[in-house]
Design a protein around this ligand. Structure first.
Ligand SMILES: [Zn+2]
Length: 355
């Protein structure tokens, strides 16, 4: 198995995270990546530095005006000081644009050229601060996903992208929930385009993070060539709240190509395994050429942000089931905030996969 990670992904160093009206300590720590690398090392797997592909792989799933914003935001934010204002240490929104668009509608670029207005337009919540080096980490995290997908295009059957920051809450043109660029969607689109040079491939994304993969759903919601499935904690009382419901099945050509499997808070292995079985049956019916697993370990029972009660056996079970499925597989790292659980969690998954 090939694994991809860039040291530049450690540069992102968020300082603030607004939770329940309180500035809290961020949970997307760089030490998460070290724990995941330790798991890989246990299987004799070294991470490779991904090729620097620039913005090209991201532009296939994100609006250019959004990427322009992300790339330039920090410098423009700091430049506010030259106008007599006192910007904070990180880019964070203090207003929120109204999002009333229908599914399938793409927003135009922000009508205002103000960095303050654009931050409210493009940054969906207060979990996504942009610091001096965030863009570099965001870009390289996406490159890790694209490189892992490319490994499948080159004939590998299994690849792992150690993505940090995570990506599955990033929409076509909006950051949210610690995510800026959608790594799982980047990998999926790379497979659609590159798995078979003679045709566009069919790809499925299975998201097993405790949070709904709302960004991935958003990006592929009107398409019938990418199936998106998410198992997650019910969102009527949990992030991302506004989406993640069972009745969201796709729009236009994409009707039937999105499956949400929300589970009750407190769910343990049995409920999760039942949802996974439903997901796998839908996957088989779709007959994809390859699978992207959006892997979160925040389903673990002691995760500080999670509300599930899975134990380590769940991750080896996921691995075993995907091994039985027999599809070329890219694993893209999403959440998981109990750092001590990441090494055993990823080890259990890889063990189940027979890596
Ligand atoms: Zn999560």
């Amino acid at each position: 198995m090939q694994a991809f990670f860039s040291q530049d992904q450690l540069l992102h160093d968020p300082q603030q995270f607004m939770r329940l009206g309180r500035i809290s300590k961020p949970t997307d720590l760089a030490s998460r990546a070290h724990a995941l690398q330790a798991a890989l090392a246990g299987f004799g797997i070294e991470t490779h530095e991904p090729a620097d592909a620039g913005r090209a792989p991201l532009e296939k799933v994100h609006a250019r005006h959004y990427l322009d914003y992300l790339e330039s935001a920090y410098e423009r934010w700091r430049a506010l000081a030259q106008t007599g204002l006192e910007p904070g240490i990180e880019v964070l929104p203090n207003l929120s644009a109204y999002h009333g668009a229908q599914p399938g509608h793409q927003r135009p670029p922000c009508p205002s050229s103000s960095i303050v207005a654009q931050t409210g337009y493009y940054i969906g919540d207060l979990a996504c601060p942009l610091g001096a080096h965030s863009w570099r980490s965001i870009l390289r995290s996406a490159h890790s996903a694209a490189a892992a997908a490319q490994a499948l295009c080159d004939g590998q059957r299994l690849a792992y992208a150690l993505c940090r920051p995570s990506g599955h809450h990033a929409y076509h043109d909006r950051a949210g929930g610690f995510c800026y660029v959608n790594n799982s969607a980047t990998a999926a689109q790379h497979l659609v385009d590159g798995l078979d040079p003679a045709r566009r491939s069919r790809v499925a994304v299975l998201d097993v993070d405790v949070h709904h993969g709302d960004g991935t759903q958003n990006i592929f919601y009107t398409r019938d060539d990418v199936l998106t499935i998410s198992t997650h904690a019910a969102t009527d009382n949990y992030y991302p709240f506004y989406v993640g419901y069972a009745e969201e099945t796709g729009h236009g050509a994409g009707v039937g190509c999105n499956l949400n499997l929300p589970l009750a808070h407190g769910s343990g292995n049995p409920a999760f395994f039942a949802a996974l079985a439903t997901a796998l049956q839908r996957l088989r019916d779709f007959r994809p050429d390859a699978l992207v697993l959006a892997m979160g370990f925040d389903t673990y029972k002691d995760d500080p942000l999670g509300v599930f009660a899975l134990d380590m056996a769940a991750y080896s079970h996921i691995g075993q089931q995907l091994r039985l499925l027999g599809l070329p597989l890219v694993i893209v790292q999403e959440g998981g905030y109990l750092v001590e659980a990441l090494q055993p969690g990823l080890s259990a998954l890889l063990d189940g996969l027979g890596a």
